[in-house]
Design a protein around this ligand. Sequence first.
Ligand SMILES: NC(=O)c1ccc[n+]([C@@H]2O[C@H](COP(=O)([O-])OP(=O)(O)OC[C@H]3O[C@@H](n4cnc5c(N)ncnc54)[C@H](O)[C@@H]3O)[C@@H](O)[C@H]2O)c1
Length: 356
Amino acid sequence: MTMDNAVLQVVPAIRMMLDGRGLKTVKVSDRTPPDDMDDDTPDLKTIKQMIDMFKAQHGEDARCSLRIAGVGTLTVNDAPEVGRMRGKIVIVTGAAQGFGEGIARCLAAEGANIVVADLNEEAGRQTVERLNEMVKGNRAIFVRTDVADPASLENLVRETVMEFGGVDLFVSNAGVLRAGGLDAMTPEAFDFVTRINYNAYFYCVRAVAPVMKLQNEWSGENYGDIVQINSKSGLRGSKANFAYAGGKFGGLGLTQSFALELAPFRIKVNSVCPGNFYEGPLWSDPDNGLFVQYLAAGKVPGAKTVEDVRRYYMSQVPMGKGTAPEDVTKAIMYLVEQTCETGQAIPVTGGQVMIN
Ligand SMILES: NC(=O)c1ccc[n+]([C@@H]2O[C@H](COP(=O)([O-])OP(=O)(O)OC[C@H]3O[C@@H](n4cnc5c(N)ncnc54)[C@H](O)[C@@H]3O)[C@@H](O)[C@H]2O)c1
């Protein structure tokens, strides 16, 4: 077993052995040098016996750090006292800005440990700094990640396990939009959108599912959660935006199929389908936001200003508001707290899209 494999195959199980509810995190440091050939990692049953003996002698809540051959030193930390997400280990892709940043912030405020996974290193690190100023007892880290690259996702999951000891919730949020009708859309743009919005969702689940399976094998009461941030365009076609809508519709097929495959392992897989986040950069960026683009493209008949375009879109929403990250996060927390909900697509659209 390589050292990296040992971390992935041992540490998530140990975290559950320490507390079956996942209320501890485990940080791996001081890794055994690779040339230390005698340092064979013990099997999980042996490690469990050691931990049970330790607990019997010192009590369930005893503080400890463990030295596991072939893995390194494991420092055990307790979860924060309060919060709906206390102690959860959460990866949010595309969390440098927009919905992902807001979701990460709201989950951190509820006691989650956050891994900001994004291509944009500068904005991602700034997000992490802000989160760490805000939290108490939980932490955030940044891992530079390209969700369109399976190797980069494997690195993300490994770094997360090294830092926190497992993964409880994976939010597949990173997404891109290239609008255009049949006359405008190039095959290259279509492939780009599809690779990030559709293929990458598969790559994410492929990378994280083994860790969640291992955790649940060692705890009778733990659940894992995968939540894909889909879109109202995954529920209803979108004019001159078929590359985006097609990938999002496909994402719901993946969600339902992953849910069926992973249910026996107590891993729930769901999608949240937000309406438009009008205050976020995708829409409101003053140079390149969709309001500016749609004004320039004449997409809204009669609109003369960005404000006209904004009013037009707002008027499509029965509740008269855009979807905020806070609204999306409430749906995510509902899914995490549920033990009887998988393979679903939850619209959070202010009533703009209703399911049949
Ligand atoms: N903004 C909306 O109105 C809206 C509405 C419904 C659904 N959504 C969905 O919400 C999600 C987030 O959208 P947003 O509007 O916040 O987008 P955004 O453009 O504001 O942010 C997207 C983030 O993803 C990152 N990213 C892009 N490609 C990546 C890659 N290959 N690997 C890793 N990170 C990458 C970007 O760096 C950025 O930080 C998307 O899945 C989108 O489809 C957005």
